[in-house]
Every structure is written in structure tokens, then in C-alpha cells.
Design a protein. Structure first.
Length: 94
């Protein structure tokens, strides 16, 4: 009996851990550039691509452009250079 309770608690904890870790984290889709874009040029839709991130995206919710909103970037001039893979586009929009 003394050993049964800790074993039962351990089995329950393992089951709960399996359930929590087994859940897939929701993914969020953001825009990133797929090639170098120089400052002063207008953003073209061809240089924008979707990137899916899962889990805690941190401050990207406030600084990155969601993929569904990518149209706000097209035709806008850039105040700074962007490198491929850059997700934080929001601060460059003026």
C-alpha cells in the first residue's frame, strides 16, 4: 500500500505529461523575404514568402506581418536593406 500510491501518482503524472506534450502547438504564418532587397526599392510580391512558426512566437506577434496581411507590404519603399529570411518587416513600414 505504501508503494502503490507513489506508483499510481507517477503513472497519472506520466499520462498527463504525454497528453500535454502530444498536443500540437498551433502554427502562425508570417511573411518573410526570399532574396536581398535594397533600401529605397519598392517591395514586390515575388520576394515575399510564407513562413510557418509553431509554439511561442514571442514578440513576432507585434513586429511581424501575418501572411494574410502581406498586401500591405507590396509597393512600399524600404528604408533599410533586408536579407533573405527576414521576418521582422513591420518596423520598416513607414
Amino acid at each position: 500500500m505504501k508503494l502503490g500510491i507513489p506508483i499510481l501518482v507517477g503513472v497519472l503524472a506520466a499520462g498527463l505529461n504525454f497528453m500535454v506534450l502530444g498536443q500540437k502547438a498551433p502554427t502562425k504564418m508570417f511573411v518573410r523575404v526570399n532574396e536581398d532587397v535594397k533600401a529605397g526599392t519598392n517591395i514586390d510580391a515575388a520576394v515575399l514568402e510564407k513562413v510557418e512558426l509553431s509554439g511561442d512566437v514571442g514578440s513576432l506577434d507585434q513586429t511581424a506581418i501575418p501572411y494574410a496581411m502581406r498586401a500591405v507590404l507590396v509597393g512600399r519603399p524600404l528604408p533599410r536593406d533586408l536579407k533573405p529570411g527576414g521576418v521582422r518587416l513591420a518596423p520598416v513600414i513607414v
